[in-house]
Design a protein around this ligand. Sequence first.
Ligand code: SF4
Length: 64
Amino acid sequence: MKVWVDPGRCRGHALCLTHAPEAFEFIDLEDRSIVIDGAVGQVALDVFQTAAKNCPERAIIIEE
Ligand code: SF4
């Protein structure tokens, strides 16, 4: 499974951090989110799916 945040779509709402703080973090000074190193494989797929569903920009991409 691959999961990433599309930097062209992310607008920094931080809803992904609200839904999955164990999976996403903010890049300092850039006001956008990335997947935490090592989270894929440790965090359950449904956590990523919930974050993706709640991202208003559809910026979280999941490839199963
Ligand atoms: S909710 Fe979506 S647009 Fe907002 S910070 Fe997270 S990935 Fe980016």
